[in-house]
Design a protein around this ligand. Structure first.
Ligand code: GLP
Length: 242
């Protein structure tokens, strides 16, 4: 695992965007990107948008797979991750919406939707680079502590701490869905490359567990210690407990 400590949150985004651009250059215009919601990757998406604007990068033929989705939010719900990915990634990065997928959290059979998602990733040739943030409890995607380290895309129950952390996007805590569909830790580990970003002191303990802690389902992100091409890009505040 490569760890890069940056002076500013913007630098975190710039370095992560440079990695994604390099992967697209190496793999070709049809590269497959694993996309994450959350505030952590926003600076990277902004830098990718700047590169596209400058004509240095073209993602119009790239394929995208979102990491996770809430269960039960109807299509078009502004807090569904499908909408968040559209607003923060697909539109600004001028990706083709038909080439960007999200797990179907509104499916009547969510288990079948999870299996279908795994098959779609496989059919696309696998993910070339997975963009990740990390939750304060060490979760990646929505793989909460105790997730199997070899898990695949499936339905998970959100912990109260995650629902509380995400309640800022909803009117009340009760409005935050209780379940989600998430790529599993095994799915994430299959990506050819992983770039994880974290900024701020509230991520310091999760980052310490992820990088230096024992490999354990208690800190799901620690599984990345086994990934052959994982890069963790963080600012000084997030590095404080290393
Ligand atoms: C959410 C998402 C994760 C994200 C994490 C951190 O629960 N499911 O994919 O990485 O929380 O979010 P943020 O980047 O806003 O801190």
């Amino acid at each position: 695992m490569e760890v890069i400590i940056c002076e500013t949150p913007e630098e975190v985004g710039r370095l992560a965007a440079a990695k994604v651009s390099r992967v697209v250059r190496d793999r070709g215009p049809e590269a497959v990107l694993g996309l994450s919601t959350g505030s952590s990757p926003l600076a990277a998406y902004a830098d990718l948008a700047r590169r596209i604007e400058a004509g240095e990068l073209d993602l119009s033929r790239a394929r995208g797979f979102a990491l996770d989705e809430y269960v039960g939010l109807p299509p078009g719900h502004p807090e569904s991750y499908a909408e968040v990915i559209r607003a923060t990634v697909t539109d600004p990065l001028r990706m083709d919406p038909l080439r960007v997928s999200c797990p179907d959290g509104f499916a009547t059979d969510t288990d079948a939707a999870a299996r279908h998602y795994e098959e779609a990733i496989k059919a696309a040739g696998g993910i070339d680079i997975q963009i990740l943030g990390v939750g304060e409890n060490g979760h990646i995607g929505f793989n909460e502590p105790s997730s199997s380290l070899s898990s695949r895309t499936r339905v998970k129950t959100l912990t109260r701490t995650t629902r509380e952390a995400n309640s800022r996007f909803f009117e009340t805590l009760d409005d935050v869905p209780r379940h989600c569909l998430t790529q599993g830790l095994g799915t994430i580990m299959d990506a050819r490359e992983v770039v994880l970003m974290a900024q701020g002191s509230h991520k310091a303990s999760a980052i310490a567990g992820l990088i230096e802690g024992p490999l354990s389902a208690r800190c799901p992100g620690s599984v990345l210690q086994l990934h052959p091409a994982a890069t963790v890009i963080i600012d000084r505040a997030a590095a404080a407990e290393l």
